[in-house]
Design a protein around this ligand. Sequence first.
Ligand SMILES: O=C(O)c1ccc[n+]([C@@H]2O[C@H](COP(=O)([O-])O)[C@@H](O)[C@H]2O)c1
Ligand SMILES: Cc1cc2nc[nH]c2cc1C
Length: 337
Amino acid sequence: MSQPFHTLDDFRTLLAQAPSPDSSARAQAEARNGQLTKPPGALGRLEDLAIWYAGWRGTDRPAITAPQVVIFAGNHGITAQGVSAFPAEVTEQMVLNFRTGGAAINQLSKTFGATMTVHALSLDRPTADFTQRAAMTEADLLEALQTGWNEVNADTDLLVTGEMGIGNTTSAAAIAHALYGGAAADWTGRGTGVDDAGLANKTRVVAEAVALHGAQGDGLAALRRLGGRELAAMAGAIARARALRIPVILDGFICCAAAACLDATVPGALDHCVAGHVSAEAGHDALLAKLDKTPLLSLGLRLGEGSGAALAIGVLQAAIACHSGMSTFAEAGVADG
Ligand SMILES: O=C(O)c1ccc[n+]([C@@H]2O[C@H](COP(=O)([O-])O)[C@@H](O)[C@H]2O)c1
Ligand SMILES: Cc1cc2nc[nH]c2cc1C
């Protein structure tokens, strides 16, 4: 597989030079939306979604024919601090479950006609405990970004990035705290379900990590110091999707923390992304507010795996089906208002 970037600076440059939506396709889609057989605005956010999608795909009557769900898995040294309700072995066990079709995301992907692949990143080599030192070296980060970049099918027309990694809500909380400040408790939730004592311990870990590594203006530094391989791979995949003008549906807290590292690196880097849902994980709604994203769904999910984003594929499919398939007032002989 050829590598389009060899250094973090190359990656930054690619992000900064990423394409914008096609403004003429967007304008045509807006005009078409105004002629469809419904009162103006009656399809609410479905209308905005269809126009947004049309702009990125460069056609006023787009279709979603090849949605892709990609799951990245990583192991985290921070689990040594007792931050999860589950043991670290579950990451690898769930990878097997994804491969044999037994996880929620397998069913959700199938429901919405998406291809699904899972990529495990060096599970035998957990990241470092980031209360002691940086989670990853620059080489680790680059490799994971490249893995994510290369996992995106060039011919897909909608991407969902999901993750699996015991301990990764601690990583996501530390990234959010480092990027956006506030108190560690604002960003720390129960993840897979730690009890009150577990939550207090986890909050201490997040606070200690950010005290050690410092607040971060630089998104890629936050990703390297506090992130994990699966977060970096999601960031790489989201960046590649942007380069290919493929719209992305963001998933829960961990996916959005990874994405936030791109936004902090190049403001606007997530313009091709919508938030699929707001997770029940404390801090996700605040993180979405920082990213200026309004979630499509709020169903109390806190699973990860791309599950909330996969559900939102259905919402986007519905928006595009209406936009591209409905008749205009003139075609249907319906009197407009
Ligand atoms: O997506 C979310 O918002 C989300 C919220 C809570 C937990 N998770 C999943 O649970 C795992 C991380 O939880 P934890 O407690 O081990 O940090 C990881 O595999 C995530 O996919 C995911
Ligand atoms: C069983 C299990 C499944 C998951 N899927 C995503 N994160 C997960 C965490 C656990 C513990």
